[in-house]
Design a protein around this ligand. Structure first.
Ligand SMILES: Cc1cc2nc3c(=O)[nH]c(=O)nc-3n(C[C@H](O)[C@H](O)[C@H](O)COP(=O)(O)OP(=O)(O)OC[C@H]3O[C@@H](n4cnc5c(N)ncnc54)[C@H](O)[C@@H]3O)c2cc1C
Length: 405
């Protein structure tokens, strides 16, 4: 007998779950209804910035012809879920339609966090998460004018690059003492700031934003920093982190984690055995993951349970990253901040070349625990695979392998 799975959210992880389920559900056990708040089917959000470099929305779409033609999948675009009635086992959509389910997966992702800075809601303030956000930024961008990004993390730097691509002169304001404070250490942050600065991005670290100020027309005209200095601008992008979208939890009586997110066990199941949560909205054993790969692993764990073909727990996630931001390579892996007991550090900084490498080693210097690379991340694949193992060569040789030149 065919059962109904309702998936709320058609982002990267919700889509992955439906694709995996359909590929493995040979018996046709599940008919899938997907409620998608956005007007477009799932797209590659990780590559969103390439939309400003000329790639089209359809280039980035994840929903191929097979998916669109699949009669077992009913994708309802521009249809947000507004509530869940667990007793009746129904989801109520914002258009008041009611959809019954046998199983429900929450895949609602995150929303950008807007810090309570006075003026954050003025005309001219934006966030950077969806095609609609980028369309709005593009429409407001004025080439040659300064634009301010509030937040110097990974997404803030992406947004700064976005403004650059639109011909603007970006400033990045970061409260921490360095850029990308979560992923890199002080030395890595210094190299990053210098290289990014060379590309015309003005970096203001170690300073909070006091206010976003309005001109006589009521639109943004400046950003005032904590030291009283002001950056004249008519465009501000907030990129100060994300918060899981768990707003459906309240009416449904589902538990959330202390810092937000639908609280789920290591099988991604909520307190209700028919309801799971995956991706950025899920707090697995209380922890949210802001990267796409952990979300994919969660989706795969749920597919196994839905099809009764396995019960593999979500294995946790390796938060290692390698990125190219504004043309500058940055990688971090393992114990980036040398927090392990007795950890030693091998550091090599080449200011002339604009490169920085740090390896974090066990107290006897034999086992690799983690590290940071900035400016040149060629050694990343080898080093990442070596985390937790004895060094196979000296730190110097590992960071600068002989074949490098
Ligand atoms: C510019 C940018 C660059 C990034 N770069 C990287 C990177 O390099 N590496 C990496 O790992 N991650 C990166 N990320 C993060 C990555 O995109 C997310 O981890 C991933 O998209 C999470 O997938 P998700 O399905 O959980 O959430 P999302 O992709 O956010 O999808 C959730 C969807 O659910 C919808 N929704 C929410 N509530 C409802 C509702 N009530 N009813 C119906 N629909 C609803 C939302 O509108 C959204 O479409 C980046 C993100 C951005 C914005």
């Amino acid at each position: 007998m065919t059962r109904t799975l309702v998936v709320i959210g058609h982002g990267m992880v919700g889509h992955h779950l439906v694709e995996k389920l359909r590929a493995r559900d040979r018996e046709g056990t599940w008919r899938v209804v997907v409620l998608a708040e956005e007007a477009r089917p799932a797209y590659n959000r990780v590559a969103l910035s390439s939309y400003l470099e000329g790639r089209s929305a359809s280039d980035l779409s994840l929903a191929g012809d097979e998916f669109r033609r699949d009669r077992m999948v009913d994708l309802k675009l521009s249809t947000a879920a507004a509530g869940i009635d667990r007793r009746a086992r129904t989801v109520v959509a914002a258009d008041s339609s009611v959809i019954g389910y046998d199983a429900l997966v929450l895949a609602t992702g995150s929303r950008p966090y807007l810090p309570p800075v006075p003026g954050h809601d003025l005309a001219g303030c934006f966030v950077y998460r969806t095609f609609d956000d980028l369309d709005a930024i593009r429409a407001a961008a004025a080439p040659g004018r300064p634009g301010v990004v509030i937040g110097g993390g990974l997404l803030g730097l992406e947004a700064a690059n976005g403004l650059r691509l639109l011909g603007m002169r970006p400033h990045v304001v970061e409260m921490a003492q360095r850029l990308m404070p979560l992923q890199v250490d002080e030395g890595g942050g210094r190299v990053l700031a210098r290289r990014v600065g060379e590309l015309g991005v003005r970096v203001h670290c170690g300073t909070a934003t006091r206010s976003v100020d309005a001109g006589p027309d009521g639109r943004v005209c400046a950003v005032t920093l904590a030291d009283g200095s002001a950056i004249e601008t008519d465009l501000v992008v907030f990129s100060a982190g994300v918060r899981p979208r768990d707003e459906l939890a309240g009416s449904a009586g589902l538990e959330t984690a202390e810092r937000g997110g639908f609280l789920v066990d290591d099988r991604c199941r909520t307190g209700d055995e028919r309801i799971w949560a995956v991706g950025e909205c899920a707090a697995v054993l209380g922890r949210c993951y802001g990267l796409v790969t952990p979300g994919y692993r969660m989706a795969e764990a749920v597919v196994e349970q839905l099809l009764g073909i396995g019960d593999t727990p979500f294995p946790g996630a390796d938060m290692s990253t390698r990125l190219k931001l504004l043309g500058v390579e940055v990688a971090s892996f393992g114990d980036v901040h040398a927090e392990s007991r007795g950890a030693l550090e091998f550091v090599h900084a080449d200011n002339a070349a604009g490169t920085y490498a740090k390896l974090v080693l066990s107290d006897d210097g034999r086992v690799l625990l983690g590290g940071v690379l900035a400016g040149d991340a060629t050694a990343y694949p080898v080093l990442r695979a070596l985390v937790g193992h004895e060094l196979t060569a000296s730190p110097q040789q590992l960071v600068f392998p002989p074949s490098r030149d």
